[in-house]
Design a protein around this ligand. Structure first.
Ligand code: NAD
Length: 244
């Protein structure tokens, strides 16, 4: 156990993929972790595996009332929410002229509105405690455009912006907010992407564990003077194109 002993963290979308990896890492660093997801079975299994200091709660991040309950339960059970990791996300794609409003609303709803609701739900508790760290999982699609990923790209740019407005507003209360921008990470979300099609300076696509260090760092006191920042974890994908 290291720097997060005694801290309480909520990880949305924590049942699988990147979120599960972040929940494991935060837990290994000493935090009590609340895994919040619509996916019940793997989330419960992960919480059971982690054992003490881990709990699963069913949460749809687009549902305002569920957010109020999730945060109130966490505060009642553990006394605080010190770190809020807004990781839950979906992706969908279509050429612009075929990008339906339904698709658009779905991806904006989970990725952007879900993140907004998570930040808003923890804000009063973090402000009252005089400390807290919000870590929002954006994407390299929050830094650049991508063909067919119109809603996803818009949502991830917006998460990046929302993180900054929150950082500015809550900084005076000791509450920080930063965004992480993963590159291509092997999860259920990316199974259809051919790794051979990627140009990654570090020579491989990422794995969920590649995000762990960044999230633990931003959640804890080692990043105490960092807020409103963007931490890119992409193997160099957005740095430039390497020579072949
Ligand atoms: N995999 C990548 O290459 C990559 C790259 C950049 C950013 N990201 C971001 O990382 C985050 C995690 O993605 P992943 O690759 O682990 O995907 P994933 O599909 O493996 O996991 C997403 C998790 O979010 C949960 N979720 C979806 N909708 C939800 C809702 N309404 N309420 C609560 N939980 C919900 C899912 O049940 C799932 O457990 C997402 O925000 C994604 O946009 C992923």
């Amino acid at each position: 156990m290291t720097g997060l002993s005694g801290r309480v963290a909520i990880v949305t979308g924590g049942s699988r993929g990147i979120g599960a990896s972040l929940a494991r890492a935060l837990h290994a660093s000493g935090a009590t972790v609340i895994i919040a997801d619509v996916l019940v079975e793997p989330g419960e299994a992960l919480a059971a595996e982690l054992g003490e200091r881990a709990r699963f709660t069913e949460l749809d991040v687009t549902d305002e009332d569920s957010w109020a309950r999730t945060v109130a339960d966490a505060v009642e059970a553990f006394g605080a929410v010190d770190a809020m990791v807004n990781n839950a996300g979906i992706a969908n794609a279509a050429p612009l002229e075929h990008f339906s409003l339904e698709k658009w609303n779905a991806v904006i709803g989970v990725n952007l509105t879900g993140t907004f609701l998570g930040c808003r739900a923890v804000a009063p508790f973090m402000k009252a405690a005089g400390r807290g760290s919000i870590v929002n999982i954006s994407s390299v699609e929050g830094l650049r455009g991508s063909v067919r990923l119109h809603g996803y790209t818009a949502s991830k740019f917006a998460v990046r912006g929302l993180t900054k407005s929150i950082a500015v507003e809550l900084g005076p209360f000791g509450v920080r907010a930063n965004s992480i921008h993963p590159g291509i990470i092997g999860t259920d979300m990316t199974t259809r992407i051919d790794p051979e099609s990627l140009v990654v300076p570090l020579g491989r696509p990422g794995v969920p564990g590649d995000l762990a260090g960044a999230a633990v760092f931003l959640a804890g006191d080692e990043s105490a003077y960092i807020t409103g920042a963007e931490l890119v974890v992409d193997g160099g994908m957005t740095a430039g194109i390497p020579h072949r």
